[in-house]
Every structure is written in structure tokens, then in C-alpha cells.
Design a protein around this ligand. Structure first.
Ligand SMILES: NC(=O)c1ccc[n+]([C@@H]2O[C@H](COP(=O)([O-])OP(=O)(O)OC[C@H]3O[C@@H](n4cnc5c(N)ncnc54)[C@H](O)[C@@H]3O)[C@@H](O)[C@H]2O)c1
Length: 280
């Protein structure tokens, strides 16, 4: 075989091994806004279907109106296990009705509530504040994944690897270099990063992969509330490019993670080499 022909055969095989987005449903929590919304748009652009689990009915409804039959909104509070159960019931019926089996879970719902573990008057952080962040970012992520997995694991296997799909979780640069006031947020995101490999190990027998993306500062409703001083300080910590990431740059990595079957059990930093300093 000539080297040229060899290359052609390899190329065709790669296409065969690529996990397809088209014709499959992806569950996106926090899909009404920011990074989750960009994932919903890209998945639908690629011929996939998106079940949006979010508390923001206004934004979720507007997105579904824009996308049509390829998307469906399910009101859901990821910190409430019954609310997730109701959404999973609804999305299960929707996938059956559409005949579009599940291909992935993207638990992107998240919140930040900065606060010092101990303030200058010696008041420790309130338990309510800690629980709020941990219940959404950590417990909510795990609970969404846990409750949607039976549907993903019973989807028909696809391609030569008999793959069923992927879980793509969202950590943060704060998982590695949390700043002052980010103890709880860093705890939640560090835990999400840490569960990537064991989850990949648990799910490999079902042909399900697990990837986590850890973004630095990205434009979204979450960062829109930051003061100019904080944003300018964060920019000083950036190498290249010196700007916030765009939600579309996040979702393009999500698309790659879905399609590239060799990506598994890994936390990918998406941060333009930014390393957060102790103080801004
Ligand atoms: N934007 C950034 O700079 C950045 C950086 C690192 C990590 N992240 C992470 O990315 C994820 C997405 O954040 P974003 O920046 O797109 O913010 P965003 O505020 O634009 O979107 C978050 C979405 O989550 C939803 N949500 C919040 N609490 C919820 C709950 N209890 N149940 C269901 N939905 C809920 C909100 O309604 C919103 O639609 C979060 O996990 C965040 O921690 C963001």
C-alpha cells in the first residue's frame, strides 16, 4: 500500500470512530445561560437535541423558541433531588417521543458566592452560604449525573467502540488556584475535578466517557457582575490571549470532547495559560 493510500484509509477509519452528535439528545443543566447555553446552541447546530434543565424559565423558554423542536426546557433546581427526578421523567418521555436516544450529560449549572472562611471580625463563614454553593455546584452536579445515567446507560451502543455517550462536567481554574474568598467555590470545583477519573472508571463498562473542563474567566452572566477592578486584575494574570474566553470557545471544546472518543478521564484547563495569583 502506498503511503498516500495508507493515509486515506486512516482518515476514513477516524470518521467511523467519531462519536456522532446528530440524532442524539444531550442533557444540559444550566443550559439557559452562558456556557451551558453555548453548548445547547452548538449541539443543535450539529443536528443534536438538547434538554435544558434550568431554573430560569424566561431565558430557557426564549432559547427553546429560538431553536424549535430540537430543544425542550425542563424547569429544574439541581439542588433539589425531587426537582431533578421530575425533569428526568419529562426528558425521558421526550427522548422516547422524538426517537432520539441520549448521547450525553453536561451538568453546567453553577453559582459563585464569594466569602471569607473567617472575616476580620472573627466571624466564620455561614453554613448557609457554604451549603448554597456546595448544593448546586457539587451535590447538584452529582445528582443530575446520577439520575440521568440510567437513561444514558440504556441507550443503544454506537460505532465500532460500542459507545453510549459522555458526561462533561464543568470545574474552574479555582479548582487549582482558588483566590481569597473562593474557599467554598474552590471546594466545589476541586471536587468536580477529582471525581472525573473515578467516574470514568465506574462508567467504562457501559461505554460512557467522562471529561471535565476547567475554564478561567469566560463572558457570562456570572462574570458580568464582577467589578471593573476585579476584571482588570484578572486580566493581569492572563498570558495569551489577554481577554475573557467566549462561551463559543467553551462549547467548541465540548463538541470536540463529545466527538473524540479518546478523550476520557481527564480534566482539561481552558484558560489561555492563566494562573491565578494569591492577590489581584
Ligand atoms: N464564566 C466563567 O468565568 C466560569 C469560569 C469557570 C467555571 N464556570 C462554571 O461554568 C458553569 C456555567 O456558568 P456560567 O458562567 O455560564 O454562568 P451563568 O450564570 O451564565 O449560567 C449558569 C446557569 O445555571 C443556572 N442555575 C443556577 N442555579 C441553578 C440551580 N439551582 N438549578 C438549575 N439551574 C441553575 C442559572 O439559571 C444559569 O442559567 C458554572 O458551573 C460555573 O461555575 C464559569
Amino acid at each position: 500500500m502506498s503511503p498516500e493510500l495508507d493515509y486515506i484509509v486512516l482518515y476514513i477509519d477516524l470518521e467511523k470512530y467519531t462519536m456522532k452528535i446528530s440524532g442524539r439528545t444531550f442533557v444540559v443543566s444550566g443550559g439557559a445561560s452562558g456556557l451551558g447555553r453555548a453548548c445547547v446552541l452548538d449541539i443543535c447546530k450539529k443536528g443534536g437535541y438538547a434538554a435544558i434543565l434550568d431554573m430560569n424559565e424566561e431565558l430557557g423558554g426564549a432559547l427553546v423558541k429560538e431553536l424549535g423542536a430540537e430543544a425542550r426546557f425542563f424547569r429544574c433546581d439541581v439542588s433539589d433531588t425531587e426537582s431533578i427526578a421530575a425533569a428526568v421523567k419529562g426528558l425521558t418521555a421526550w427522548t422516547h417521543e422524538m426517537g432520539k436516544p441520549l448521547g450525553g450529560i453536561i451538568p453546567a449549572a453553577g453559582v459563585g458566592r464569594p466569602g471569607l472562611i473567617l472575616d476580620k471580625n472573627l466571624n466564620p463563614m455561614s453554613l448557609d452560604s457554604m451549603d448554597f454553593v456546595l448544593n448546586i455546584n457539587l451535590r447538584g452536579t452529582l445528582d443530575v449525573v446520577r439520575q440521568v445515567l440510567p437513561l444514558l446507560a440504556s441507550a443503544p451502543p454506537c460505532g465500532p467502540d460500542s459507545e453510549r455517550g459522555i458526561v462533561i462536567m464543568v470545574a474552574s481554574a479555582a479548582a487549582f488556584e482558588g483566590q481569597m474568598g473562593q474557599v467554598t467555590y474552590a471546594a466545589s470545583k476541586g471536587a468536580v475535578a477529582s471525581m472525573t477519573l473515578p467516574m470514568a472508571r465506574d462508567l467504562s463498562r457501559f461505554g460512557i466517557r467522562v471529561v471535565t473542563i476547567a475554564p478561567s474567566m469566560f463572558d457570562s452572566a456570572m462574570t458580568a457582575v464582577m467589578s471593573d477592578k476585579v476584571k482588570t486584575g484578572l486580566k493581569k494574570a492572563m498570558e495569551f490571549p489577554v481577554r475573557a474566553g467566549m462561551p463559543e470557545e467553551f462549547s467548541s471544546l465540548v463538541v470536540q470532547a463529545i466527538e473524540n472518543v479518546m478523550l476520557n478521564g481527564v480534566v482539561i484547563r481552558l484558560d489561555g495559560a492563566t494562573r491565578m495569583p494569591s492577590k489581584l
